[in-house]
Design a protein around this ligand. Structure first.
Ligand code: SF4
Length: 319
């Protein structure tokens, strides 16, 4: 059984419409399916506003899906409510992009961690302090940090505290939403390495969301590429990077600088990302795709697995 099984998941938001007009919806995530296993890191990439964060939030039930299933250890997470959802929550956590905004400046680091620890463990204060100290040590900070406040730490240290908080319930999986995007380049690698260490030591699985393919390639075993709320390609990380099949993946990769190969031909995408309020008919990428044909304008390609099922691509004319 997979740790997490996502089947045909969709999220949409109602949009304000004038009185007596038909209700309109913004389709943020469309019919997404994938599995996540224990100790696996899946990277999710795509441009800003493509639905990556919405998908991540739906997995930890910060957004409610409108269709589809999320099975956690085979249990229905997508429709869980009340005590059942509270019980399931200890199995998953989220790390946010902004290490400045995601910690309450008025709470000491111990109180920040204890909010999660005490929710899941009914143990005396001393035992909870001991656990909080261990959590800080596990993310490379010292227990002295327990009685300090967020403003006393650098951006990288605050992100480590955010990671310690996410680990406080011993989760099975973590959604890391652009966890290094707001950090200095010099700090990014240390946070990525920390997440890999956590995966190795505890078997925690991650959905690692980023717009930077170079970072995602480094940490993930599999990468999913999202465009306008749809997964358009999914493949083992090295295969996707070395031989992209979807034209959008190809364009994203052409923008990643590489060392030692000379200059790559940059594929410049024309036009803007269409509005998810009014997605184009046919292939969602056809208005920007250099290979679009008549068929692409009228028919939507499905995410089709290849012969051995290891990778899939939603394109009529894969590269
Ligand atoms: Fe481009 Fe057509 Fe493939 Fe869509 S289906 S990515 S428009 S070639």
């Amino acid at each position: 059984m997979h740790l997490l099984e996502v089947k045909n998941l969709s999220v949409r938001y109602p949009v304000r419409t004038p009185l007596f007009h038909k209700q309109r919806y913004l389709k943020a995530v469309n019919d997404v399916s994938f599995t996540l296993d224990r100790g696996e890191i899946i990277g999710l990439v795509g441009e800003s506003g493509c639905g990556k964060s919405t998908l991540g939030k739906a997995l930890v039930r910060l957004e409610d899906p409108c269709d589809g299933e999320i099975l956690l250890h085979g249990k229905d997470l997508a429709h869980a409510k009340g005590a059942v959802l509270r019980d399931l929550r200890k199995h998953f956590q989220m790390i946010f992009q902004d290490p400045y905004g995601s910690l309450n400046p008025r709470l000491s680091i111990f109180t920040t961690l204890d909010e999660v620890i005490s929710l899941h463990e009914k143990t005396p204060l001393e035992a909870r302090r001991k656990k909080a100290a261990e959590l800080l040590t596990s993310v490379g900070l010292t227990p002295e940090a327990l009685d300090r406040y967020p403003h006393q730490f650098s951006g990288g240290q605050r992100q480590r505290i955010g990671i310690a908080r996410a680990l406080a319930s011993d989760p099975d999986f973590i959604v890391a939403d652009e966890p290094v995007s707001a950090l200095d380049v010099s700090v990014q690698a240390s946070i990525v390495n920390l997440l890999q260490d956590i995966r190795q030591k505890s078997g925690t699985a991650f959905l690692f969301i980023a717009h930077d393919l170079a970072v995602v390639e480094h940490i993930s075993s599999r990468i999913m590429v999202m465009y306008l709320g749809n997964i358009v390609e999914s493949a083992p990380a090295n295969e996707l990077v070395n031989s992209p099949r979807h034209p959008y993946t190809e364009a994203l990769l052409s923008a990643v600088p590489t060392a030692g190969e000379g200059l790559k031909k940059r594929i410049m995408l024309t036009g803007d990302v269409p509005s998810p309020l009014n997605p184009p008919a046919g292939c969602p990428f056809h208005e920007r795709c250099p290979y679009a044909s008549t068929r692409c304008r009228v028919e939507k390609p499905q995410l089709v697995p290849d012969k051995d099922g290891s990778r899939s691509c939603a394109c009529f004319f894969p590269r």
